[in-house]
Write a protein that binds this ligand. Structure first.
Ligand SMILES: *Cc1c(COP(=O)(O)O)cnc(C)c1O
Length: 360
């Protein structure tokens, strides 16, 4: 019997992936040149589908990278001359901050414990910070920051570039790209693809900054995937290096599938499934929501503290071919993490709840 993966990335593959892969093989996508018209058409198609899905305006380009964590480095190299500012409340936001230190940026941080979230009103952006780095969905702790709060923070700090990690939530967050300069995700989370490609969405303001920094010979914006190089090639729907052509094809197809369903429906279904899961863990004596403030609770990665060791809970799921994630880091043995991505249906979530209920 096949497993259903409720793990927060790699995750359950989107059901249509098989037919898209088959088609890609039939069309010999793996062998086409990345300097051919066929490739440019694939990239353009993916670009159009993502633009429709996420409401991305012409001011922003859509670029191909190796993974999301590569974008942490690209963003810092290309858009930060001296100072960045980071909201840190878990392991992924912490890594973004660590990258800034490793690149010798002057990185400011506002930290919160695991399980707590941020509201715009409590955040003071340091005067000289050039980029504000926000993690929309902290995958390690199941905390989300509402887009409305991120937008509010930008309106209070209109001169700063805003960069939002939407790796474990896209396409769920409804970001306003007139306020958000840069955002990025990997394909193995809510898009339901195998791992191996990142997408970086960046604005003309980011490009202008990168071009300015590139002229400054006291620092470097790097050599690989610089924003000016990505943008120059992007104008012709090409890439500087040989990209994962197969995955560009697949992402275009998955985004098209999402568009056929409609982004509003996908968002509503995500919220409905999240409601089912939170209702269950709140009402069961065996589980408890880790995130106490309802407004900070993730809709896409649900984290529960377990009464019994989490390995017992995970084993129960596994016996029914349903795989949930363990807690992250020091919470490995005391929590479970459940991915709520578009690839899993309300019926599958219901079945998972039935199994998790068997812990007693
Ligand atoms: C998974 C994840 C990343 C890293 O993605 P990679 O594909 O491993 O580079 C970054 N941020 C968040 C919030 C994530 O969940």
């Amino acid at each position: 019997m096949k497993n259903t993966y409720f793990t927060p990335g790699p995750a359950e593959l989107y059901p249509t992936i098989h037919q898209h892969l088959q088609r890609a093989m039939d069309e010999q996508i793996g062998s086409i040149s990345h300097r051919s018209k066929q490739f440019r058409d694939l990239y353009r198609f993916m670009d159009e589908q993502l633009r429709t899905l996420l409401a991305i305006p012409d001011t922003h380009g859509i670029f191909i990278t190796g993974s999301a964590s590569e974008v942490w480095e690209r963003m810092l190299l290309n858009c930060v001359e001296h100072e960045s500012f980071h909201l840190v409340n878990g392991s992924f936001s912490q890594k973004f901050y660590d990258y800034a230190n490793a690149l010798h940026k002057h990185a400011h941080v506002l930290e919160k414990p695991f399980g707590e979230g941020f509201d715009a009103a409590e955040i003071q952006v340091p005067d000289y910070a050039e980029v504000v780095c926000v993690t929309h969905n902290e995958t390690s702790s199941g905390v989300q920051m509402k887009p409305s709060e991120i937008h509010k923070l930008k309106r209070k700090n209109p001169k700063k570039l805003f960069c939002v990690d939407i790796v474990s939530s896209a396409p769920y967050p409804d970001l306003d790209f007139s306020l958000i300069d840069s955002t990025f995700f990997s394909v193995q989370k809510a898009f339901g693809m195998p791992a191996g490609m990142g997408i970086w969405i960046a604005s003309e303001a980011c490009l202008a900054k990168a071009e300015r920094l590139q002229k400054n010979d006291t620092l470097t914006i790097g050599a690989h995937h610089t924003l000016p190089a990505l943008w120059k090639h992007y104008k012709d729907f090409e890439t500087p290096a040989t990209p994962n052509v197969l995955y560009i094809y697949l992402l275009g197809k998955i985004a098209e599938d999402f568009n056929k369903i409609g982004i509003d429906t996908i968002r509503r279904q995500t919220e409905e499934k999240a409601r089912m899961l939170y209702k269950f863990i709140e009402s069961s004596d065996a589980y408890e929501p880790f995130v106490k403030q309802e407004r900070h609770r993730s809709q896409t990665v649900i984290v529960a503290t377990t009464q019994k060791p989490s390995s017992d809970v995970i084993a129960i799921g596994k016996a029914a071919n349903m795989l949930v994630g363990s807690g992250y880091g020091k919470f490995k043995e005391s929590q479970i993490r459940i991915a709520n991505f578009p690839a899993v249906s309300p019926e599958q979530v219901n079945e998972l709840i039935n199994q998790l209920n068997k812990i007693y």
